[in-house]
Design a protein around this ligand. Structure first.
Ligand code: FAD
Length: 484
């Protein structure tokens, strides 16, 4: 195979696949770390960065779609990087070449010295028969187009409510092994707030359908915080919010299909059931983007390089263990392939070693587990870590920067209403994301660094984060001062 490439400058070439939270953050940091010491090329489809956290507002019609994305090409031009509107298809780690398909249909190969796989999730609608806007009648908010579809479906139901009809809204996750419960939680809270604002809430039934073992688990085994000297759990806070707002939770439930009778789910401790709905927004299962890995002899080595769900193996401990035997050190430190020291995976693209939440089994044998989220903040931190490590290697030093998910904090501001006058948000901070019982024997986390708060201040913070990050991610002046 001949690798076509830009003129060879003698400088190492760093190729980043994907320009989301992980890939784009890695690119931003490389622009300050390896300026004039390396060439950087970003390959990602559609010339678009999407600020996913605000899609929940697009999905309820309270923010326009134009506000949540910006074109990537001008940002990379400003940084002096090459941008290719295309999709990676296969990686040859021995030959150090990536094959990709340009948006105009041309197939090309690009040689690299360092490669970052930051391709995010493959939205696996096929994992749940009948799920999703493409084949089925449920909605999603996992892309701008999905959020616009959800908005239209939601507003049709609002119109029916206005005419005096009753409506059932089912919101949550649509697969027994789904992740991203936080986004679905924000969506149900925003639907609740919007229906109240419109004076229509009394005719709407809101159901939270989730694979979490308990309310407020969010795929991270929940959170606790010390508030006025007392330990308060996230599950108590979220249960209270559901009660206060009349939202009925159905937990420990894995959606197995969506048909003409409704949403079929299998729930721990109950018989399988079907739920009728007028409007449903269910987050689908995430898998790895189906990239092929090709060995030196031309053989397909994808199975060796990835886990069965398609995410790329990195420097994690993937040995199967019992829940109680999970360790902080199982989580990857460098986000680097164990076989190839110039190949990294960051954000959703890397394979987590195990869940953070408890895995449950239903009587009929369905495995129900909220898989670990690699949120925007975590993905950004990973992108920065990978950039720091590649910069070390470019300078001829070993890669030593580590940010395991058992070392990094997570801050989640879950919107519960868009208004800055009477909106609200649940602010959740945890340190670290993956519990480390060796370091923090009581809770696996630094309890005094964990926070739980509900109120208007969070709504302001959420809006400020939107503005601050849209600034930072477009590499506007002072961007580096805004942390991940
Ligand atoms: C509705 C919603 C709300 C959310 N709210 C929050 C929140 O409030 N806070 C938070 O921290 N997180 C939030 N998240 C999660 C956050 O968006 C994800 O964790 C984050 O986007 C993951 O970053 P990533 O870089 O791994 O993937 P992505 O951001 O999805 O980026 C993947 C990139 O890879 C590209 N790509 C795909 N295939 C290929 C290919 N073959 N070749 C090259 N490039 C490819 C994509 O086009 C994209 O540029 C939310 C998610 C959703 C859906």
């Amino acid at each position: 195979m001949n690798a076509s490439s830009a003129p060879h400058t003698g400088l190492p070439r760093i190729v980043i696949l994907g320009a989301g939270f992980a890939g784009h953050t890695a690119a931003l940091h490389l622009s300050r770390l390896v300026r004039s010491k390396a060439n950087v090329t970003v390959i990602a489809p559609r010339n678009r960065f999407t600020w996913f956290p605000s899609l929940i507002w697009v999905g309820t019609g309270t923010m326009s779609a134009e506000k949540v994305w910006f074109p990537l090409a001008p940002v990379y031009e400003k940084l002096g990087f090459d941008y290719i509107d295309g999709r990676a298809e296969s990686i040859h780690p021995d030959e150090r070449v990536v094959d990709f398909l340009r948006a105009d249909g041309g197939e090309e190969h690009l040689a690299y010295d360092y490669l970052v796989n930051a391709t995010g999730p493959y939205l696996n609608f096929e994992g749940t028969p009948g799920l999703g806007p493409k084949e089925g009648t449920t909605q999603s908010v996992c892309s701008v187009e999905h959020a616009l579809g959800a908005r239209d479906g939601y507003l049709e139901n609002v119109a029916q409510l206005k005419k005096g009809a009753r409506r059932r809204f089912v919101i949550g996750v649509g697969h027994p092994g789904a992740t991203c419960q936080g986004a679905a939680f924000e969506y149900i809270m925003n639907v609740d707030a919007d229906l109240r604002r419109r004076g229509l809430r009394d005719r709407a039934e809101l159901i939270w359908l989730s694979n979490e073992p308990a309310a407020g688990d969010f795929g991270v085994d929940g959170v606790e915080a010390r508030i006025e000297g007392k330990i308060v759990t996230g599950s108590t806070v979220i249960e209270e919010l559901f009660k206060e707002r009349g939202i009925q939770p159905i937990l420990a439930a894995g959606v197995t299909g969506v048909g003409k009778d409704g949403i079929a789910y299998d729930r721990v401790g109950f018989d399988p059931a079907t739920l009728e709905y007028d409007f449903a927004m269910l987050i689908l299962q995430f898998r790895g983007i189906p990239l092929k890995y090709i060995g030196a002899d031309g053989s397909d080595i994808t199975e060796k390089m990835t886990v069965p769900s398609g995410f790329m193996r990195v420097d994690a401990d993937y040995t199967a263990k019992a829940y109680d035997a999970y360790r902080a050190a199982d989580w990857p430190a460098l986000y680097r392939s164990p076989q190839y020291d110039n190949l990294y995976a960051a954000g959703i693209a890397f394979a987590p070693p195990h869940p953070l939440s408890k895995t449950l089994k239903t009587a009929s044998g369905t495995t129900v587990v909220a898989t670990p989220p690699r949120t925007g903040m975590a993905s950004g931190i990973m992108g920065r870590t990978v950039a720091l490590n590649i910069a070390e290697q470019v300078a001829g030093r070993p890669a030593t920067h580590h940010e395991r998910m058992s070392e990094m904090p997570a801050a989640c501001i879950a919107s519960m209403g868009h208004s800055i006058w009477n909106g609200s948000a649940a602010s959740i901070v945890m340190m670290p994301v993956a519990r480390d019982y060796e370091r923090y024997p009581d809770y696996g986390r630094d309890i005094d660094a964990c926070e739980l708060d509900v109120g208007l201040a969070g709504a302001w913070t959420k809006r400020m984060l939107h503005e601050a990050f849209m600034w930072k991610l477009q590499a506007k002046p002072g961007w580096a001062m805004i942390p991940e």
